[in-house]
Write a protein that binds this ligand. Structure first.
Ligand code: ITT
Length: 201
């Protein structure tokens, strides 16, 4: 099955290449427009990106694909009322590096704050007309954990260096990527996607 990956986030794309091994993945072209995400919930945004990418690809696509996949994800911190959440990609826009954004985020928490947090990933899959039947659908995955007291590790991307998954002492930035891929929000959502697509690749 050939799937267009409607994401411009290189960290996500690297993970999808491993998590969706066996599928023929077509990257979102670098000169394609960025996809609006104006919803209040991960699910709304994932569907909006998948539908927007499908419409664009039907007009401008360079090869036939069976479906379009979009990912809306983020870090939800309990002490920040679930933030940055759907706004994770837009947190601290004045800072360019994630090292700085991570320090800014950690500085928002008082020393004695509840540090529980979770990564959430919602994937939206839109079948391509004439190639696959069915309506667009979403699947999701979550990983529970706590926030570290400092940015730790060079691995992963985004907020990985400040997130310690439950059952571990190291952050996703310190753990091997293979470990992240057994338990992450995106790994769980991809497993649900495979099940929903019938394991076909
Ligand atoms: P696309 O919309 O093009 O896919 P984006 O980066 O704008 O890319 P989102 O709106 O879904 O995507 O933002 C999610 C943000 O949450 C992302 O930019 C990261 O900062 C963070 N994030 C999501 N998954 C993550 C992960 O596995 N590890 C670390 N940070 C993650």
């Amino acid at each position: 099955m050939k799937i267009l990956l409607a994401s411009s986030n290189q960290g996500k794309l690297a993970e999808f290449r491993q998590l969706l091994a066996g599928f023929d993945l077509v990257p979102w072209p670098s000169d394609a427009p960025s996809l609006p995400e104006t919803g209040a919930f991960f699910q709304d945004n994932a569907l909006q990106k998948a539908e927007g990418a499908k419409a664009w690809w039907l007009e401008h696509g360079t090869e036939a694909v069976d479906g379009v996949l979009a990912d809306d994800s983020g870090l939800c911190v309990d002490a920040l009322w679930g933030g940055p959440g759907v706004l994770s990609a837009r947190f601290a826009p004045d800072l360019s590096s994630y090292r700085d954004k991570n320090h800014r985020l950690l500085a928002l928490l008082p020393e004695d704050a509840d540090r529980t947090a979770r990564f959430v990933c919602v994937l939206a899959f839109a079948p391509m007309p004439g190639r696959l039947h069915g309506e667009p659908f979403t699947v999701s995955g979550t990983v529970e954990g706590t926030l570290a007291f400092d940015h730790r590790g060079q691995g992963g991307f985004g907020y990985d260096p400040i997130f310690i998954p439950d059952g571990y002492d190291q952050t996703f930035g310190e753990l091997p990527s293979d470990t992240k891929h057994t338990l992450s929000h995106r790994a769980r959502a991809c497993a649900a996607l495979r099940a929903r697509l019938g394991g076909s690749s």
